[in-house]
Write a protein that binds this ligand. Sequence first.
Ligand SMILES: [Zn+2]
Length: 646
Amino acid sequence: MSTEVIPGKTPSSLPSSNGENVSIRVEPADLATIKQDGPATPPANTGGNTLHLSPKTEKFISPRRKRSITLPSDVRILVVDDDALTLRIAQRLLTKLGYDKIVTVDSGKKALEVLKNSPEKFHLVLSDIHMPEMDGFQLIHEIKKMADDIAIFMMSGTENLDIVYKCLKSGADHYILKPIKEDQLKNLWQTLYRKRQEIRTLSQLDSEKDKTSKLEEKTQKLEREVIKLKQEIDEAVETPLRIISSQVENLLSKADLPAEVTLSAILKQLRKVDIYQPAFKKLLSDTTDIEPMTRSWLTHELGTPDTQTETTPDFSIDWSNNNNLEGKSASQELYLRSWEFDVWAYKEEQLFPFILDMFNDFGLLERFNVPKDKFQTFLVEVRNNYSKKNPYHNFRHAFDVTHTIYLLLTTTSAAGYLSYLEIFALLVAALVHDLGHPGLNNNFQIATCSALALRYNDRSVLENHHCSMGFTILKKPECDIFVGLTDEQRREARNISIVCILATDLAHHMEITGQWNSTIPKFTKDDKSHRLLLLQVLLKAADISNPGKPFGIAKYWANMVQEEFFGQGDVEKEKGLPVSPFMDREKPALPKMQINFIDYLVAPLFGAMRDLLPKLQTLVCDRLEENRKMWKSILESDSPESPSPL
Ligand SMILES: [Zn+2]
C-alpha cells in the first residue's frame, strides 16, 4: 500500500482551506519524522505553505523507493455510517482536504459488497461503530479477513475509553469522535503512513522469518552432511579390529547369518598384519574428490607401509641351486653355505672376504652399483663400531647373524620370496643390527635411566641406538653403499633395515611371532607387508640362532652370552640394583638358561618358520632338539654349570 507522495512526480495541486493551491512533495522517510502535530497534511488554515524535501533528502532517495505514487486525491476512502448526516459531513471534510475518491454507504453489509466488488483498492475505511445488522466491530472483523492492508478508522459519539480500547484491539487504526471535525482528519496522512509502515514491517518480519527458517533448514542440512561425513571418515579409518567388532555385532544380531561365514570373515581380519592400521587406502579409494595435494598429504602424513610407494620388486630366485661365486672352489662355496661353518675358526678381519662373497653370491654389489672401496670402508667402519670388550655383542656376532641370514636365504626357499633390494637391505641390517652395543641390555638401560634410555624414551632403546648408528655410518660418503640406489630404493632399503632391526627387540617377540603365525596360511610374496614380515622374522631368527648351530659352536656362543650377562650382573651389584636372572656369576645356570632359551624362543620361532620354509626342519629344528638333549644331559649329570669355553 502506497500512500506517500514521492518526489519526481509533478506535485499535485490541492485546494487549501483558503482556496489557494498547496504544493506537496512528501517523502516517506520525512513523513516518519514529522511530528503528530506537524504539517503532514496540507495545512488547512495556513494557506500558501509548501512542504519541500531538502535537497539532501532528495539526494539520498534510492531509485528503489521511487515507487508508484498515491496522492491524496488518489486515496480511495469508504465511509460507512447509518447516519446520513455523518456521511455528508465526512464527505465534505474529506473533499476539502483533497480527497476526492470517496464512497459512502449506510451499512456494514453494503460496505463489504463495495470492498469486494470494487475493481480498485480502497485504502481507508471510515466506519461508525453502532449500526444495525452489522456493527463496526463485525465490519472490522470481516474486512480483516478480506484484506489486511486497509486502514480502518472507527467513529463514535462516545468518549468511553473501553469502546476506544475495544476498537483498537479489534484492529482499528484510529478512533474519531463524532461529530467529525476537520482537525480530526488532518492526521490522516500520518495514520495512513503508519499503517503502511506497519504492513511493510510485518511483511519484512515475515520475510525475515522465512529467511530464518530457510537458514535453519540449510544449517540442519549442513549438520546432517557433517554427520554423514563423520560417519564416512569413521568408516574409512576403520581398523580391522573395528571391522571385527562390527562383524561380531552382526553375528549376534542376525540369527539367519551362518556363524561359520561371519567367523571365517573375522578370522581373516584377525590374520591381517596391519590389524591396528587405519584403512586409509579405503578413504583414498572411496573418496574420489580429494584434491591431489590433500591426497598426497594424507599419503605422506598417514602413510602406512601399504600406502608407501614401492619400487617394482625384482624377485630373487631359489638360491639353494644357484650361486654367483665364480672363482671359488666348490668346497669353499659349499663351506660358506654350510650350517657347519665355524665362525670361531677365523680372526675378525678374516671374516671380511666372506661378507663380500655373500653379497656377491646374490650379485648385489653389481646390481646396485656398490663401489667396492665404499663397501670395504663401510665394513671397516662397522667393525670399528662394535665393542671389542663385549664377549658376545661384538663384530663376530654381527657377522654370524649376517651369515645365518645368508644360510637361511641360500639353503631354504626364503630368497625366492624376496626381491634383490630386500635381500640387500636385510644383509646390511644384519651387519649393523647391534652396532654400539654397550654389553648392558635394555632393562639395564631403563633401570639406570641411561643416556640412551633418555634419548629413546625407554622404547627399544638399544635397537634404536644400533639402527641410528648404522645409518650414521651409511651417511658418510665414503661408506655410502646405497649410493647407487634411486631415492625411492634408498627410502625402501632404509625402511626395511629400520623395521627389521627394531624387530630384534625381544620385547616384541611374541607380537611378531603372533603376526607371523596368522600370516603364514595366506602368505604371498605379492603382498609387500608379508615380505616385510618375513624379513623381520629372518633377522630375528638369525639373531637367536646360536642354539641351532653345531653343539660345539652353540656352546661357545652360550659361554660368551653368559660372560656378558655376568658382566652386567657385576655392574648391577655395584649399583645396588637387583641382579637380573642368569646374570649372577655366583649362581651360574647355563644349561638351564639354554634349555629355556630353546624352549621358549628359538624352537617356537623356527617351528613357525618351518611352515613356510620346510627345509628348516632338518637344517635347524632337528639340531635344536639334539642340542637341547645335550644341555639337558649336562644339567642332569650335574656337571659344573660354568663350562670353560671350548
Ligand atoms: Zn644381535
